[in-house]
Design a protein around this ligand. Structure first.
Ligand SMILES: Cc1ncc(COP(=O)(O)O)c(C=O)c1O
Length: 404
């Protein structure tokens, strides 16, 4: 007797058609600039516009009071995504400010060592250099391994009692590399050294449990893979570290003026925030995080990796094109250069066909770009709502742009 095998629906699968139908931008553009700012889904847009309408209708402060539960929901949603508590989350205006509020709160002294890696993002590294100049701390770059990721054994051998901070960029701005954050977290944990993870490009495209990673602090942005509003970001600080970190800037939201000569800094992560903020953005950010959690970050990661691998394979077959992504594990970002045209020329030509990519310049990741001799790169970053058909269209248009 023949047995019929009935295909089972994959419980992890994302309903791509529905996601696209809920994303207004999908009908206008082929958007491979998700590492710049992803297309927001309609519920995120509705939450922001709805809040702006209430601000106009009843007043900004009054609308904020009305939105209190939605704002609390944003902290709770971020906490669920990161596996932490809402008290460990600060909402700020972008990932850089989140990172800075943690970094500049560290009490560095002469002789301290800040360990970073080749994937370091420009803004973070500039801050490291500034602090080194001011305090006499040293910035040491951990070597990379044969995959181009941070060399975990080299890191282990560099640890000593002068190491005051481990700062790692999880996913760099200039390629598909995913650094082994949890292995770095293990070393940081063993040494009792704080670990600041820049998760700006990884938040929203892969699971990010601060417990599993073992980071002390984590910074991220709303507008990239989380598909949230521009002008939003957040910082996680592990509860035992919150009161050890005095924010570089304080206001009446971060601290209370308790007497003519005294003030008290708040004991939760609100100490890293400012009073005035982008309330519609914060409301929209909560909806964006919830949207990602509902789809599932495992499922998102699986689909994003599958699409990016498909894109890399197709690009590798295009004449004159070199794909530059490093890493043992790779994510949704793909960067490439072409012999025939510069990256800005390719970006402009594609834009004429409603295809969005961005250009990654060496100055955004100088350590890596100089070590690998990278030129300006075209960055094509895919998200789960992109399709294989879009990849085909993209590569075919790229080939004609390169011929033209
Ligand atoms: C790895 C990385 N870190 C930090 C940032 C800064 O993020 P934001 O522009 O939200 O400050 C970026 C932005 O592209 C980035 O790619």
């Amino acid at each position: 007797m023949r047995t019929m095998s009935i295909p089972m629906p994959d419980p992890m699968a994302i309903d791509v058609e529905q996601c696209r139908a809920e994303t207004p931008g999908c009908s206008n553009v082929l958007h491979f600039n998700n590492a710049g700012a992803a297309l927001p889904p309609q519920p995120v847009l509705d939450a922001q516009v709805g809040h702006l309408n209430r601000e106009a209708a009843i007043g900004g402060y009054e609308a904020e009071a009305e939105a209190e539960s939605q704002l609390q929901h944003t902290y709770a949603a971020i906490a669920r995504m990161l596996d932490c508590t809402p008290e460990e989350v600060a909402i700020v205006e972008n990932a850089t400010r989140a990172w800075d509020m943690a970094f500049y709160a560290m009490p560095f002294e002469e002789g301290d060592r800040i360990l970073t890696s080749r994937a370091a993002y420009a803004s973070n590294h500039i801050a490291c250099l500034q602090v080194a100049r001011r305090t006499g701390a040293e910035v040491d770059v951990v070597p990379h391994d044969e995959y181009g990721q941070i060399d975990v054994e080299a890191l282990r051998s560099m640890m000593d009692d002068r190491v005051a901070l481990l700062a790692l960029t999880h996913v760099p701005t200039n390629g598909g590399l995913v650094n082994p954050a949890a292995q770095v977290g293990e070393i940081a944990g063993e040494a009792g050294v704080p670990f600041l993870l820049d998760a700006c490009q990884s938040a929203g495209q892969m699971p990010l449990s601060v417990d599993e990673i073992g980071c002390t602090m984590l910074s991220a942005t709303g507008r990239k893979y989380l598909r949230g509003p521009r002008g939003t970001g957040f910082l996680y600080v592990q509860k035992d570290w919150i009161e050890r970190l005095e924010p570089p800037l304080l206001d009446l939201h971060a601290a209370t003026w308790t007497g003519p000569e005294t003030y008290e800094i708040h004991s939760d992560a609100r100490r890293f925030e400012t009073y005035e903020g982008h309330v519609a953005g914060a409301v929209g950010l909560g909806v964006a995080v919830e949207y990602a959690l509902t789809l599932g970050l495992e499922a998102i990661s699986e689909r994003v990796q599958m699409l990016a691998d498909t894109l890399r394979t197709a690009l590798s077959g295009a004449s004159g094109v070199t794909v530059h992504d490093a890493g043992r594990t790779r994510c949704g970002i793909t960067t490439f250069s072409a012999e025939q045209k510069t990256a800005p020329a390719i970006q402009t030509a594609l834009r004429e066909h409603d295809i969005n990519v961005s250009v990654s310049t060496p100055s955004s990741t100088r350590l890596d770009a100089e070590a690998r001799g990278l030129p300006d790169l075209v960055r094509a970053s895919v998200h789960y709502y992109n399709t294989e058909a879009e990849i085909e269209r993209f590569v075919s248009r790229l080939k004609s742009v390169l011929k033209g």
